[in-house]
Design a protein around this ligand. Sequence first.
Ligand code: BTN
Length: 262
Amino acid sequence: MTPPSRTLARCYDLTVLGEVGSTSDEAKRLAATGAPHGAVVWAKRQTGGRGRYGRQWDSPEGNLHVSLLLRPEANAATATQLSFVAATAVHKTLSAILSDALVQGEVSSKDVNITLKWPNDILLNGKKIGGILLESATHADGKLDWLVLGIGVNIAHFPDDCPFPATSLDAVGVKGISAKIVLSRLLHHFAVDYGIWEHDGFAPARAQWLHHAAYLGKEISSNLENEEISGVFEGLDADGALLLARKDGTTRRITSGEVFGK
Ligand code: BTN
């Protein structure tokens, strides 16, 4: 494989904040002022952290809250693949941390199962430990202007009042890992995987994502705008859409929504 043309690690321009409303809002503000590809906003705390569907994202100090501003040479639909690239980077980051903790005797092997839930949740033993919020803007001609990937990882704390079970690294026994360490490892993995995506397209990230997919081959349900449908999670289409095998023998492509295991 030839090396990727633009190595993202060289482009990272990190802004570190003690407290902010939302790192993604800050990254979008930077985008509007012309900030370049690779601008990164990391905040110790967020006072208005946002999740998908306008949900609140609890953001106390000790957890990771970071947003990456990217300006890939791609259209908006193709660029959504980057949320899968980011999810695999989070997967690698957390898997390595849990392996270290296993060797240190802090966790047992049953506590090291990280899976990815479509479209962009990160689960630890079936409970949510991280999430990714993708936002983008296009130019009048339809070309992508910017994309912001907001990534949250529960390190020291997790919420106990959200619509899905949540957990944190600390909750399974990983001690003394800082948001700074998680961030630096995550930025490394994302830069490598971004280069591969740029050079080889979506197929490598898609394959890695599927390798760690939660509920693959299992019965799931999904909330669409006007209906709830269920079926077997068959895989990902070439563009990242979820493929649901229905009882009537048809396959449904799902491009947005949430899925639930049965
Ligand atoms: C989700 O699973 O609903 C997505 C959660 C995304 C949270 C992160 S934390 C950093 C960035 N800033 C935000 O306000 N949200 C994202």
